[in-house]
Design a protein around this ligand. Structure first.
Ligand code: EZ4
Ligand code: CO
Length: 403
């Protein structure tokens, strides 16, 4: 028995907000879990502090599955991003503790390494196509084997996914949501040109990815996928929203471009039909937003039956604790595809010292016991919470947009 003695939530903003759960056992072991939900952080803080932590004290930290079931089924109100991020934080922290108790890096407990490293993709973006291709060349020179391409759209003042700071992209950018303007017609013209230019400049040996951020209808997505086929994209991400999982059937009927979706999913129920009907190729659910390692493993196992691979979300709003958890997970599952990797700032890395490292296009979680991430609480306290939102999107006539 590893009795849970105490747990607390730490909120810090070393350049952006992070919510971290720290669980402590009676014999002095502790574990960390990420609970960051971009733009809705404090809802998860309250969920944990007011409704979860009181139920954890005195439980056996070794009983990870039972505690997961207790929090999921016991709440009565199942699913949803707030609930599932809170459960994920508990789950990550308990796996961290168990692996520390075993004196092993977590991936060993999950079955051991299936590969020597985790292939990651970086974000190349620019206001113009030329700038984006230059950025992509820079990523290629850094050793990246896979690169996401996002470019500004001529005629639109700003585009989501295109940052001011090249190496440290931050999706949440305002104390109130900023507003972007969108035109599907203008966008649809630019992406195939970008991919054509990128293939010419980068050659055939690099994987190219693109994120639509849920902006297209299924038939528009089918058209875009088809027009990208000559440039052999690794995937087209979030081509249309997936509340209606059947929507992907229409995209599939029109293109062989591989499809990825799911960074906003929080349970296996969000992707069950997509996977079972083989409507997608990559599932992007993540440790932090999809109920932790315990639940993501269930999703990945289902996906494996249908030849669907993982491509976990890994933007900067997922803390180094999630990044570490994802890497242990990625290393240990048979149907890993690719891992998103946006570098954190030096301030964030200092608050969360970690054992994972990048080399030649691959990340490795390192061999420290547990997740291999720590939290410098003294330093964290120097960065108080600062409200920030993801941007909203409007059409040129002012209509609130995003299907
Ligand atoms: O919009 O992380 O693929 N990555 C993305 C990200 C997400 C943000 C949301 O918090 O789409 O930029
Ligand atoms: Co995305």
């Amino acid at each position: 028995m590893l009795k849970i003695k105490d747990a607390r939530v730490v909120v810090t903003c070393p350049g952006r907000n992070f919510v971290t759960l720290r669980i402590e056992t009676a014999d002095g072991l502790y574990g960390l879990g990420d609970a960051t939900l971009n733009g809705r952080e404090l809802a998860v803080v309250s969920y944990l502090a007011d409704h979860v932590i009181p139920c954890l004290i005195g439980r056996d930290a070794h009983q990870i599955e039972d505690i997961w079931q207790y929090l999921y089924k016991g709440a009565y109100w199942r699913r949803g991003p707030v609930t599932m991020s809170a459960i994920a934080a508990v789950d990550m922290a308990l796996w961290d503790i168990k692996a520390k108790a075993a004196n092993m890096p977590l991936y060993q407990l999950l079955g051991g390494a299936c590969r020597t490293g985790v292939m990651v993709y970086g974000h190349a973006n620019g206001q113009t196509m030329e700038e984006t291709v230059d950025e992509a060349l820079r990523y290629q020179a850094l050793g990246y084997k896979a690169i996401r391409l996002q470019s500004g759209v001529p005629g639109l003042p700003s585009t989501y996914g295109v940052s001011g700071d090249k190496m440290f992209y931050e999706p949440a950018d305002g104390a109130l949501p900023t507003e972007n303007v969108w035109s599907t017609a203008k966008y649809m013209r630019t992406v195939p040109k970008l991919f054509e230019a990128a293939r010419l400049a980068l050659g055939d040996d690099v994987h190219l990815l693109h994120d639509v951020h849920h902006r297209l209808t299924p038939i528009e997505a089918g058209h875009l996928g088809k027009s990208l086929e000559p440039y052999r994209p690794f995937w087209l991400e979030d081509a249309t929203p997936a509340e209606n999982q059947e929507a992907f059937r229409l995209i599939r009927q029109h293109t062989t471009t591989p499809l990825a979706v799911g960074e906003v999913f929080n349970t296996i129920w969000d992707c069950k039909d997509l996977i079972q009907n083989q409507l997608i190729d990559y599932i992007r659910a993540t440790v932090v937003h999809a109920g932790g390692i315990t639940h993501l493993r269930r999703i990945a196992n289902l996906a494996d039956l249908y030849q669907v691979r993982t491509g976990c979300h890994g933007a900067t709003d997922l803390s180094p604790v999630t990044m570490a958890a994802a890497l242990h997970f990625d290393l240990s599952i048979p149907n890993f595809g690719v891992q998103e990797y946006m570098r954190h700032t030096a301030e964030t890395d200092a608050v969360f010292p970690h054992a994972y490292s990048f080399k030649d296009g691959y990340l490795h979680p390192g061999d420290a016991p547990g997740l291999g991430v720590d939290l410098d609480e003294g330093l964290a306290a120097k960065y108080p919470y600062s409200r920030a939102f993801l941007p909203v999107n409007r059409l040129e006539d002012g209509t609130m947009y995003n299907w």
